[in-house]
Write a protein that binds this ligand. Structure first.
Ligand code: ADP
Ligand code: ZN
Length: 757
């Protein structure tokens, strides 16, 4: 993709000029067509490449992005319709070319990628309600006389004359920013640098402060002081290494491998501070904002209003307001989930992916991008540093050993003790073994907290007949139904359809149905019988209807002693509860036998992550893991913390089998209401692609479970030349997609797939 060719052309468009638009409509059959529209003269002056416009499309008005000026070869000028209106916000040139690049890399439509970079729709809250923030500045408890020394400590540099002058001019009770800057005669950049160094604090004007949902979410906790702490030796080394990589010309990537609590966030903050000192921007990506409010709080506490926050909990108005603050350079630090990698920060030189192993970093709808690859695309042209931080980096990240930094020290506490409970010896169908119950009881007696993980939702994972073996299945999916006690129904976890549970087996009619594979709902009930009222909290997607709810559950748990938090993998995410001294994994095997080459990796990561929740403070932590497979290597190695050995073994396996990072994968799937068509579709593709690839590079085709009434087949292309493979697959798809569609066969392509369901 020729990056240089896309420019926000500011030349006014002459009257009668033509603009090329991509409508932001999910219309597959349009492919990647651009459409020519006339630009009326009254709009011409404001229109440029990257403009977002509305234009008539078919019988409706569509939002569209201007991707070119001038007529495409085959349009008939007499028949063209005209652009109707232009929005205020523009897609910056950098993001426009990023969208092109993402579309090419992931074999996606340009339209789906433009949607990611287009300004949000909405109206900013009317002035008066959205109070101007960042209007007050106070000294951050540092006498001005010590400023030079503190400055040297914080940023590693001495204060300039201007910075000192500003510091001297601020009275102890603070000053209004505008007046202060006028008085000293400097720009706001000076103040910003001082804030970054922790020498001043920027505050909203105090009168009648209103808060939005986003701000409440990001409220800093009191523990975080404005003064950055002195770095630990390990951190110091890591920061030095990272600064070196950041300063070096070109793109650099580093993996920061350290357990939760080893001080990664503090390291990120130092790097962000440096980017701000340079007058550039930074993006900090976190997995799910709802579950990680602590991070926003800490970044805000350090950088105040220089921080923009993008997450799904914002109202459209708030989102637009944040977008504009970011685009205008007022918030050069952005914290957000996956899509924040597209935030319009003017000059990004630093991108941090926190908990980089998290599944949410891959988008599972078109464009199926992975945030790591997009971050790299974004930084490469101008140079910059990409940091991936995790206690359990992916095998792919770990393969790049030369760029790895290790943190071993924990802020407080020491590694927990691990015990395995071999469920084969327990007999009976008890969900919790006697030893596990004892451990829980002990924790409760000491008025401490426990986390219990069971990575299966609902009451029972399947319902079957003990006599004939019949399993209750979804009528439109090839999946067994899960019993949910809350609604007292069988639920399909794929399509959401629900069914009553028959009292007698519908197949043999001779026996009642029994419930197998207990889930969080059942565990929750069992724990409630052990524990006094109000002390068991559940966290899974059934109890969470929104992010607000997740925070409420976590906040309530945090304040209760003793207490138990039970849930799915959500409970393993970076929470920091000082009094959690026990972690129980009720079934370590839930993720083992899925048809996915990453099954072992995921199990290893989940066990390592959840174990990291125990004993975060002074009290010693204990981890009890129930498993039917104590000898399975990934479980054993997670419990014995043989991390290096695990990665080594996993890499050898990937090498032998030709999976990432030792090969690039593309997954192609056909689906159709008619089983034979889906199969014919994949067969034809298989033959066509086979001509271009070596045997073994194409795996499949394989039939997949029917979902939502659609028969599905897939094949995998595993190649050590990803670029060539993508080009070949891309060509085939471009030719076949439309004819397939007309035959009722949908084609789906997933470059670097993470899921094989
Ligand atoms: P991680 O991001 O790896 O989980 P954090 O940066 O959150 O680790 O650090 C864990 C805890 O240790 C936090 O409470 C943080 O404030 C504290 N901390 C981190 N670095 C330092 C330091 N250099 N001095 C004192 N406390 C620190
Ligand atoms: Zn279903």
């Amino acid at each position: 993709m020729a990056r240089a060719s896309v420019k926000n052309d500011v030349r006014p468009v002459p009257h009668g000029q033509v603009a090329q638009l991509v409508p932001l409509l999910r219309l597959r059959h349009l492919g990647d067509r651009v459409f020519d529209y006339l630009v009326p003269s009254e709009l011409a002056e404001r229109l440029s490449i990257g403009s977002v416009v509305s234009a008539p499309f078919g019988s409706r008005t569509a939002r569209a992005v201007v991707v070119g000026l001038g007529r495409s070869e085959n349009s008939d000028i007499g028949a063209l319709r005209a652009v109707e209106a232009i929005e205020d916000d523009i897609v910056p040139a950098e993001l426009l070319s990023l969208a092109h690049e993402v579309a090419e890399r992931y074999l996606s439509s340009l339209e789906s990628c433009l949607r990611l970079v287009a300004p949000p729709r909405g109206r900013e809250r009317p002035a008066g309600r959205a109070r101007p923030r960042n209007t007050w500045v106070v000294p951050a408890g540092t006498p001005a006389g010590d400023a030079a020394a503190a400055g040297a400590g914080a940023g590693g540099r001495r204060l300039t004359a201007k910075q000192s002058a500003v510091l001297d001019a601020i009275p102890p009770e603070g000053a209004a920013i505008a007046a202060l800057l006028r008085e000293v005669g400097v720009g706001s950049g000076v103040l910003r640098t001082l804030a970054v160094k922790g020498l001043v604090e920027l505050r909203p004007s105090s009168a009648g402060e209103t808060t939005t949902a986003g701000e409440r979410l990001g409220r800093s906790d009191d523990r975080e002081s404005l003064q950055p702490p002195r770095l630990w030796p390990e951190q110091e080394e890591a920061v030095a290494e990272l600064l070196k990589a950041y300063d070096a010309p070109g793109f650099a990537e580093r993996v920061l491998w350290g357990v939760t609590g080893s001080g990664k966030t503090e390291i990120y903050l130092r790097l962000v501070a440096r980017a701000l000192e340079d007058g550039t921007g930074a993006i900090l990506l976190v997995p799910e904002i709802a579950l990680t409010p602590q991070m926003i709080g800490r970044v805000r506490a350090r950088f105040g209003d220089l921080v923009g926050v993008l997450h799904s909990g914002l109202s459209p108005g708030e989102r637009l307001r944040e977008y504009r603050r970011i685009a205008e350079g007022k918030a050069p630090v952005v914290v957000g989930a996956r899509s924040a990698v597209f935030a319009p920060v003017p000059d990004v030189r630093l991108i941090v992916i926190d908990e980089s192993h998290d599944a949410s970093y891959k988008q599972e709808e078109e464009p199926r991008y992975h945030v790591r690859a997009v971050a790299e695309m974004r930084l490469r042209p101008k140079g910059g540093l990409l940091i991936e931080g995790s206690a359990t980096p992916s095998v792919e990240s770990m393969a790049q050993t030369e760029t790895r930094l290790r943190l071993t020290r924990r802020a407080r506490g020491s590694p927990p003790t691990c015990e395995v409970v071999d469920m084969r010896r327990q007999g009976g169908g008890a969900l919790l073994a006697p030893r596990t119950r004892e451990a829980l009881a002990e924790t409760l007696r000491r008025s401490e907290q426990a986390i219990v993980l069971l990575n299966r939702r609902g009451y029972a994972g399947y319902v079957h007949c003990e006599l004939c073996g019949h399993v209750m299945m979804c009528a439109s999916c090839d999946l067994s139904l899960t019993y949910h006690g809350g609604v007292r129904r069988l639920v399909c976890h794929h399509c959401g359809r629900t069914y009553p549970q028959p009292s007698i087996c519908p197949s043999c009619g001779a026996a009642p149905l029994v419930r197998g594979a207990p889930g969080t709902e059942r565990l929750d009930r069992e724990l409630r019988m052990m524990v006094p009222e109000g002390r068991v909290f559940r966290l899974d997607s059934d109890v969470l209807t929104s992010g607000t709810r997740a925070r409420a559950v976590l906040a309530a748990f945090a304040e209760t002693r003793p207490a138990i938090l039970v849930g799915t993998q959500m409970v393993a995410k970076g929470h920091d509860f000082a009094d959690v001294t026990l972690v129980v994994v009720a079934d370590a095997d839930t993720g083992l036998y899925v048809p996915d080459f990453r099954a072992a990796e995921r199990t290893f990561q989940l066990l390592t992550q959840v174990a990291g929740r125990a004993g975060r403070a002074e009290k010693l932590g204990r981890v009890v893991v129930q498993t039917w497979n104590p000898d399975v290597p990934c479980i054993r190695m997670a419990l014995e913390r043989e991390e290096t050995a695990f990665y080594q073994q996993e890499l050898e396996l990937r090498q032998r089998l030709g999976y990432p990072p030792c090969a690039d994968l593309i997954r192609i799937m056909t689906s159709s209401r008619e089983s034979a068509r889906a199969q014919m579709g994949i067969q034809f593709l298989l033959e066509r692609l086979s001509a271009h690839f070596r045997p073994g590079e194409i795996r499949g085709a394989v039939r997949l479970p029917v979902l939502r009434g659609r028969a599905r087949w897939h094949l995998l292309v595993a190649s050590d030349d990803g670029r060539r493979a993508r080009a070949l697959v891309g060509q085939a798809l471009a030719q076949l997609r439309e004819p397939y569609r007309r035959k009722g066969v949908a084609l789906l392509v997933d470059v670097d797939p993470q899921s094989f369901m």
